[in-house]
Design a protein around this ligand. Structure first.
Ligand code: NAP
Length: 240
């Protein structure tokens, strides 16, 4: 069985990815998040031998080496890492608290980098593996009051490209998926005017978390064995 870690598995896109991974008998799913949601618990109940949850706070990057060591000792090398956990952090930069800026950088950027660092060690030994970083179209389009969030996602895309060069020779792919606006907890507070504008920009309609999860599954699967250093955009055509 191939171990696949999904961070931020409890709801939204992470839950949609978890459902797809859990449905594939090739994979053992290891969900990492702060809370164990009833939806994810249902996945565990349906396949307890293949679906696990470990408590994880992405803001606590110092705990990552021990967490990865423990799970690889128990379950073996990691095949796939999906860096999905993130916080929205909207607000005008001039009035944003320094602690909020630091938290967004920590959870959205530093934590995925540190996780990739420790998880890639077992991938390097196995000479195989898949790292998928969840970005956003905001990394390249920009959006009012999302400058810090955009910086974290653009950083993640730069990280993806360079790491793909570093790990490619050892059979490990590193890619990103950039969804457009999806209806999840992260976007629940958006005002109607902005939502209408975002909808108008997407000729195909806005993507669902399930559709973005499909791109992640492609990158985890055999067909993507020669795809690395890329960003797959799933945005209903908004940025075409
Ligand atoms: P969401 O509904 O708010 O879910 C966020 C997930 O991340 C939750 O499972 C949460 O779990 C986890 N998380 C948050 N802070 C965490 C922390 N400190 N430690 C560990 N886990 C943490 O968000 P979403 O919309 O599904 O977003 C998923 C990904 O898609 C993110 O990378 C986001 O940037 C990206 N994205 C979203 C949209 C959108 O429109 N929604 C668009 C483009 C990209 P716990 O609270 O249980 O820890």
């Amino acid at each position: 069985m191939q171990n696949v870690i999904v961070t931020g598995n409890s709801r939204g896109l992470g839950l949609a990815i978890s459902r797809r991974v859990a449905a594939d008998p090739r994979f053992r799913l290891i969900g990492l998040s702060r809370s164990l949601s009833p939806d994810y618990q249902a996945l565990i109940d349906a396949a307890p031998e293949r679906v696990l949850h470990l408590p994880f706070d992405a803001a606590d990057t110092a705990a990552i080496p021990g967490l990865v060591k423990g799970l690889t000792e128990t379950h073996g090398p990691v095949w796939g890492l999906v860096n999905n956990a993130a916080i929205g952090m909207d607000g005008v930069l001039a009035t944003m608290h320094a602690t909020d800026i630091q938290k967004a950088l920590k959870v959205n950027l530093e934590s995925p980098i540190v996780l990739a660092k420790y998880v890639s060690r077992s991938m390097l030994s196995a000479r195989q593996g898949r790292i998928v970083n969840i970005s956003s179209i905001i990394a390249s389009t920009g959006f009012h009051a999302l400058s810090v969030y955009a910086a974290t996602k653009a950083g993640l895309e730069g990280f993806t490209r360079s790491l793909s060069r570093e790990l490619g020779k050892r059979g490990i792919t590193v890619n990103a998926v950039a969804p457009g606006y999806m209806e999840t907890g992260m976007t629940a507070g958006i005002d109607e005017h902005n939502l209408a504008m975002i909808r108008r920009r997407a000729p195909l309609g806005l993507p669902t978390p399930e559709q973005a999860a499909g791109a992640v599954m492609y990158l985890l699967g055999e067909d993507a064995a020669r795809t690395t250093g890329h960003v797959i955009t799933v945005d209903g055509g908004s940025t075409a």
